[in-house]
Design a protein around this ligand. Structure first.
Ligand code: MRU
Length: 350
């Protein structure tokens, strides 16, 4: 049965606290923007499309506490909230994409009374949620020509229902495949250090009766060598104009392994994950997170001697040359990516 990753309920943001999974399905309520910021930063809600939805609702929540007398005051508050919410996580572009959409809605309606503008902004935030559901379904359908009967598919991190408001990006394609009777078998990489693969992907796939097997990240190459993997499906947090795609740290290693073993590597992400202002993945900001997550995140005591330096980049970039196809909304984008992403941009601005 479907759970709700994030909703707007009576002036509050209600979201699944993903840090408690798989042990407990607990919902957290955010009644202040600070609580929402902390929920995003602390990965109670995570996954690019889901944090886009959270950011949009966060803007509504923040403005609901203010009582502006003029559009100028409203504009100032919107800009302050924009900067604050955007500072919660830097890599997933969906966050600023959603905030820009909210700000643009206010600008486009600046002649209206403040209360009416705020009402419209709530509508835009709820539209972002509804659209995400529809786009997930479109991506899931578009991906079907890449998935065959009984395929054994490897995935990384969590690009499923928990990472979106809909059925997911990469996992959405796999749910749809099974609805169509394709009987895919999924290998989920654990995804150190925060274990999104083990905790979240396995949780939601198992709950939806998808055949899922957990492996540690360092087992991926062995499975490929043993010819036990047919395809790899992952999500993305930001895709540059040349098709380079940032995703959870470790995605790059997986893509290199896949290329060596001649296994197709597919990225599934909504068009809102494209950042066409960046010419290549080198320009994508990579979030660095606390050493604590590696040192003692899941243990009773530190797993590293005191004083040892720890480096914890949260994302890496898959070069376009290692990506077989990008599935986005109703499109399958194939190489050459610079040319085909330009075509996609034209379709989306037409
Ligand atoms: O740090 P996270 O858990 O937010 O990282 C999430 C990912 O890397 C996902 O693969 C990505 O956001 C795509 S989700 C549809």
């Amino acid at each position: 049965m479907r759970f709700k990753t994030i909703t707007w309920e009576k002036g509050k943001i209600v979201l699944i606290d993903q840090t408690k999974l798989p042990g407990r399905l607990v919902y957290a309520r955010c009644s202040t923007v600070k609580q929402l910021w902390q929920a995003i930063r602390g990965l109670k809600i995570r996954g690019a499309p889901a944090i886009g939805a959270a950011a949009a609702l966060g803007m509504v929540l923040g403005l609901s506490k203010k009582n502006e007398k003029s559009y100028l005051e409203l504009k100032k508050n919107i800009n302050t909230l924009f900067k604050y919410i955007a500072s919660s996580r830097p890599t997933a572009v969906n966050l600023t994409w959603a905030l820009k959409r909210m700000r643009n809605a206010a600008v486009a309606n600046r002649g209206k009374p403040v209360a009416a503008i705020k009402k419209l902004m709530l509508k835009v935030a709820l539209n972002i949620i509804d659209e995400d559901k529809a786009i997930c379904r479109e991506m899931a359908d578009s991906a079907q020509e890449l998935i065959g009967k009984n395929d054994r598919i490897m995935t990384y991190c969590n690009a499923g229902m928990l990472a979106t408001v809909g059925c997911g990006t990469a996992l959405g394609a796999l749910y749809r495949a099974n609805e169509l009777g394709k009987n895919v078998k999924v290998y989920s990489c654990e995804t150190r250090p925060l274990l999104q693969g083990a905790r979240l992907t396995c949780w939601e796939l198992h709950r939806h009766k998808v055949d899922v097997t957990l492996i540690c990240d360092n087992m991926a190459g062995y499975l490929m060598q043993q010819k036990r993997i047919d395809k790899i499906f992952v999500g993305a947090d930001r895709i540059a104009a040349n098709g380079d795609a940032a995703n959870k740290i470790g995605s790059y290693s997986l893509a290199v392994l896949a290329a060596f073993h001649k296994i197709p590597f597919y990225v599934v992400a909504p068009y809102s994950t494209f950042d066409l202002s960046l010419s290549s993945g080198r320009e994508i900001p990579i979030e660095e997170r606390s050493a604590r997550e590696i040192r003692e995140g899941w243990y009773k005591c530190s797993m590293v001697p005191r004083g040892v330096k720890i480096y914890n980049p949260a994302f890496d970039v898959i070069p376009n040359s290692l990506i077989s196809r990008i599935v986005t909304d109703a499109h399958l984008v194939k190489p050459p990516y610079i040319k085909n992403i330009k075509k996609l941009e034209k379709l989306n601005t037409a």
